[in-house]
Design a protein around this ligand. Structure first.
Ligand SMILES: Cc1cc2nc3c(=O)[nH]c(=O)nc-3n(C[C@H](O)[C@H](O)[C@H](O)COP(=O)(O)OP(=O)(O)OC[C@H]3O[C@@H](n4cnc5c(N)ncnc54)[C@H](O)[C@@H]3O)c2cc1C
Length: 456
């Protein structure tokens, strides 16, 4: 097993008081250890040449750079990213529920940049896909032969609250590192004091569609653990027409919400938050015949977890790389072929991860599957060949249903079950303890030491 993963897991077990030997036995029985990366170094290689620029060094960008660096005999890769830190964002939910400490979910970006890749620590402000040029804020323009677009997504404001005012009026979101830390403090106080908790998602596509549901269920379980559940009224509001749209998992998820007495309000969209009066402004969206009707209403809360609207970064829209450059259109994402991840207009560009318009969940689990295929397709383009690798839309969302259980949802473009975590002996349509162990102890080291190294 790769050193970093082994030592991370060992220290996690020690901290949590779990016996390492028993844990590994349980995971081996579940088949999970077969997922861990190996040192198979160069299973594939190419003599293709060309100057590659990668824009954005998060889950997708670093993993792509690492793969390409390994697979090309003479790599020439420049990665542009302004961040000091690399965050394991799925850990934000676990910070917000007190399972992880904040320092457990990040590493210094300089230690994540693959060896041999040139790092330009800057932000891209525009791309000229016709002239093959990228303009940065401080480092002028860079030219490329091939471009990998992985700048993630942009989190936008809801009226009444900004990133700077997060936490005011007890309105919180875990879609932010600081926000996740504030959520954990506020959740504990809410459980102590009681009152009404409102949990919302949003009308745009957003990262990890499961995250708003997870924090709601964890708050409920935290209250039960503290024997305070009867003091809390909890409500979930979703902009969608159903709570979850993957048939294998939806029935159990609905059952859990019912068992926990958390009403689900469908087709309700957050319009704004009044943090002074602790009120959420919603509108109910109904379709009557051909017509859509919007009915405004308000709800008061004591504790609020909201999901901000999200879009592709502005500069990608302004560079005509999305399906629309209309800045008021929220559902604009970088247009790629959903199987090859090659841009629909510019065949020397691939894009993947949160910024791209593949019709699947925006998760790092999806990126883990996208990266090797997108990297091989890019290399084919560099070799003057057709890209033939096809992504099937695989995404995974481990929905944490309580402290100790996870409903591990894995599916493809057709919303059909696509299990890659080999829990062969378990009923995956139900929440499982083994999936909780996977979520809490394995996925993070797999991210930092496997995926980001181009090995998993
Ligand atoms: C609360 C929460 C819970 C989640 N839970 C899960 C989960 O359980 N399972 C799961 O698989 N996924 C989960 N995710 C989703 C997952 O973290 C994301 O899908 C993934 O991180 C996206 O990777 P990315 O590379 O596309 O974008 P990111 O990782 O966000 O990286 C984007 C990078 O681009 C850089 N960048 C941005 N703009 C520019 C610019 N102009 N120029 C240059 N660089 C730029 C940024 O600095 C950043 O480094 C969760 C996310 C959140 C927030």
């Amino acid at each position: 097993m790769i050193n970093g993963i082994d030592s991370q897991m060992t220290s996690s077990f020690a901290k949590m008081g779990i016996d390492r030997r028993h844990f590994l036995k349980a995971m081996a029985a579940a088949g999970v250890l077969t997922l861990l990366p190996s040192n198979d170094a160069k299973a594939f290689s190419s003599k293709a040449k060309g100057k590659i620029v990668v824009v954005g060094g998060g889950a997708a960008g670093i993993s792509m750079a690492a793969r390409l660096q390994r697979w090309l005999d003479e790599p020439d890769i420049t990665l542009i990213d302004p961040s000091d830190r690399q965050f394991y964002q799925p850990g934000f939910t676990l910070i917000a529920s007190g399972v992880y400490t904040p320092d457990e979910v990040w590493k210094e970006q300089k230690n994540c940049i693959p060896k041999g890749v040139k790092w330009v620590k800057d932000s891209v402000k525009a791309i000229d896909p016709v002239m093959n040029q990228v303009s940065t804020n401080k480092n002028g323009s860079l030219s490329y032969d091939f471009l990998v677009l992985t700048p993630g997504l942009q989190i936008n404001n809801i009226e009444g609250i900004t990133r700077e005012t997060l936490g005011e009026g007890n309105a919180h979101t875990i879609y932010d590192f600081e926000g996740a830390q504030k959520t954990w403090k506020a959740m504990q106080e809410f459980v102590r004091k009681g009152g009404r908790g409102i949990f919302t998602d949003t009308f745009t596509k957003h990262k990890c569609g499961g995250a708003p549901k997870k924090i709601c269920l964890l708050t409920e379980h935290q209250a039960r653990k503290q024997k305070k559940r009867e003091n809390l009224q909890l409500d979930f509001f979703t902009a969608s027409k159903q709570l979850y749209d993957v048939p294998l998992y939806t029935p159990r998820l609905l059952e859990i919400y019912k068992e926990r007495n958390i009403p689900i309000n469908l087709l309700t969209r957050v319009k704004g938050i009044d943090t002074l009066s602790k009120t959420v402004h919603f509108e109910k969206i109904e379709t009557v015949g051909e017509e859509k009707r919007y009915t405004p209403f308000t709800e008061s809360y004591d504790f609020l977890h909201f999901t901000p609207p999200m879009t592709a970064p502005d500069f990608t829209r302004e560079s005509s790389l999305c399906n629309t450059d209309d800045m008021s259109e929220p559902q604009a994402w970088i247009t790629v072929d959903k199987h090859t991840m090659v841009h629909t207009k510019y065949s020397n560009i691939v894009s993947l991860g949160d910024c791209a318009n593949m019709p699947t969940s925006k998760t790092s689990a999806a990126i883990r599957k996208q990266v090797p295929l997108a990297a091989k397709n890019l290399i084919s383009l560099m070799e003057g060949k057709e890209p033939v690798e096809k992504y099937n839309g695989y995404a995974a969302c481990p929905i944490v249903t309580d402290y100790g259980h996870v409903l591990l949802c894995e599916f493809d473009y057709d919303k059909k079950q696509d299990s890659t975590f080999p829990f062969s002996l378990l009923d995956v349509s139900k929440e499982q303890w083994a999936a909780w162990l996977l979520k809490v102890y394995i996925l993070k080291p797999l991210y930092f030491y496997g995926m980001l190294n181009g090995r998993a």
